[in-house]
Design a protein. Structure first.
Length: 83
């Protein structure tokens, strides 16, 4: 199981966290990984000046936009799961 947390604190919310969550949901569903990837919102991850912040397992990734979600999903999820 891979865990993805998307910051939904005030700053990240204003910078597009909802769109990032939607993009991850689309990737998860597209690849049929609903049972292998746990997606959740997280209140402040402490990197408020760096755009939307996500955490995949224990790794923080800063300045996430919906446009780069497919690349992140490929390298941090699909490659790790061997899909």
């Amino acid at each position: 199981m891979i865990s993805i947390e998307v910051c939904v604190g005030s700053s990240c919310h204003l910078k597009g966290a909802r769109d990032v969550i939607d993009a991850f949901n689309n990737e998860i569903k597209h690849h049929g990984l609903e049972r292998k990837v746990f997606l959740t919102g997280a209140f402040c991850l402490g990197k408020c000046l760096n755009g939307v912040t996500i955490k995949i397992d224990d790794e923080l990734i800063l300045e996430v936009t919906p446009e780069i979600v497919p690349d992140i999903f490929q390298s941090r999820v699909l490659d790790v799961l061997g899909v």
